[in-house]
Design a protein around this ligand. Structure first.
Ligand code: ZN
Length: 410
């Protein structure tokens, strides 16, 4: 927990600190390593129940019997012995925006990457950080392995315009893919060895999710978010016609400069049931798969953000409220807003790896923010040198208008 706490504290720019208490272990009636999977035999009369449901029901009762109230805490983790029954060989499980997570472990060494065999505490710090991400409201960080490798706005099943071109090129969705965030790659034995034991601590949640969690006050400091809106009425990017430049502070620094931009969100012409689709840009160190690197990169993914319609002001762009919890201490309410799923953009699409998906200094990439039959190309150029004593990354976006593409309305 201390490892998770120090990392989450840094990822939240010092806004979140976890106080915790460990109680137990207690025995759940009828629970054993042979009776730990999906269909749990509760009692001949009552029949079978989902084990997770059983744990979430009985865990608080077992704690209550010993004088502990789980309601006194914002989040609860129920830690169970490992379960080898099919579908239950996992380290952690949490639902989006929920207050409870289930952990199972320790795990047998053959299920672990070599670096975790000696240090399961490191492993479970990472598991907690991943599941906490879900409880804060984050979905998984995915990749679409097709020819476009995340550089076009329409290649997934969420968009309203079904894209045959993307699908026929053999799009394969990898749900846990993005190596730069703990919401992407999970800990398993297929993980590249470059992910050192504490490497997970360098894989912060994507910046816009951290803003969505309420860790940056974009109402008081609107400069934190650089937003490029698409105007459907004129089919133009207002404020970026024909080009625009931004300076991004690093999102993975321990503190936030409230007077500089930390994220660029570029609206596409798409929308889905989850909101309008954006490309999201952030500046971080390229240390995800090599924790010794101190080179800056521009990291891009796409996701959907709700429009700010008829909702109270809050996080810039994304207002989706899932659940409202009242802390029984009366200290605060937890308001969970969701972020994602996200789809990573690969700045080095000619390699099959996603480890090199960040855009290096001096690199450019062309994004397509339009529709399949009305492409709208936007060139993204990362300037070769950092500005202001190496603090800021300069990014220029230029609309590419060519024959049969660009600003024509479909
Ligand atoms: Zn997950």
């Amino acid at each position: 927990m201390s490892g998770s706490n120090s990392t989450v504290s840094k990822w939240s720019w010092g806004e979140t600190h976890i106080d915790w208490k460990v109680i137990g272990p207690y025995t759940l009636p009828g629970y054993s390593h042979k009776n730990c999977a999906a269909a749990y035999q509760l009692d001949p009369t009552f029949g079978r129940i989902q084990t997770d449901t059983f744990v979430l029901l009985m865990g608080p009762i077992e704690a209550w019997k010993r004088g502990h109230s789980t309601r006194a805490y914002d989040y609860n983790i129920f830690w169970l012995p490992r379960c080898n029954q099919p579908g239950y060989v996992y380290g952690g499980k949490a639902e989006i925006g929920n207050r409870e997570m289930i952990m199972r472990g320790p795990l047998p060494s053959h299920q672990l990457a070599a670096e975790f065999r000696e240090d399961q505490a490191g492993l479970f710090s990472a598991v907690v950080a991943h599941e906490m991400g879900h409880m804060y409201g984050a979905y998984h960080a995915s990749c679409i392995n097709n020819n476009n490798r995340g550089s076009v706005a329409w290649c997934d099943t969420h968009v309203k315009n079904v894209s045959l071109a993307c699908n026929t090129s053999g799009a394969v969705l990898t749900e846990y893919c993005a190596p730069q965030t703990i919401m992407g790659y999970t800990i398993n034995r297929n993980q590249p060895l470059g992910h050192q034991m504490d490497g997970w601590a360098h894989r912060a949640y994507f910046v816009m999710s951290r803003i969505t969690f309420g860790w940056a006050d974009t109402l008081r400091y609107p400069v934190l978010v650089s937003k490029i809106d698409f105007d459907h009425a004129t089919d133009r990017y207002m404020g970026c016609d024909p080009n625009c430049s931004f300076r991004l502070q690093r999102s993975d620094a321990a503190s936030l400069d409230k007077n500089a931009s930390v994220v660029i969100i570029l609206q596409t012409t798409h929308s889905t049931s989850n909101g309008d689709r954006y490309f999201v840009f952030e500046h971080r160190l390229n240390n995800t798969y090599d924790i010794r690197s101190t080179t800056s990169m521009l990291l891009i993914h796409s996701t959907d953000l709700q429009r700010n319609i008829g909702r109270p002001p809050g996080v810039y762009g994304n207002k989706k409220q899932v659940q409202l919890y009242r802390n029984t201490k009366g200290a605060k309410d937890i308001m969970v807003r969701t972020y994602g799923p996200t789809f990573l953009t690969d700045c080095t699409p000619n390699t099959s790896s996603w480890d090199d998906s960040g855009c290096a200094l001096g690199q450019s990439i062309e994004l397509d923010t339009g529709h399949e039959d009305a492409p709208m190309k936007m060139r993204v150029h990362v300037h070769p040198a950092l500005l202001e004593s190496g603090k800021l990354l300069k990014v220029t976006l230029s609309q590419v208008v060519g024959r049969g593409q660009g600003l024509a309305r479909r």
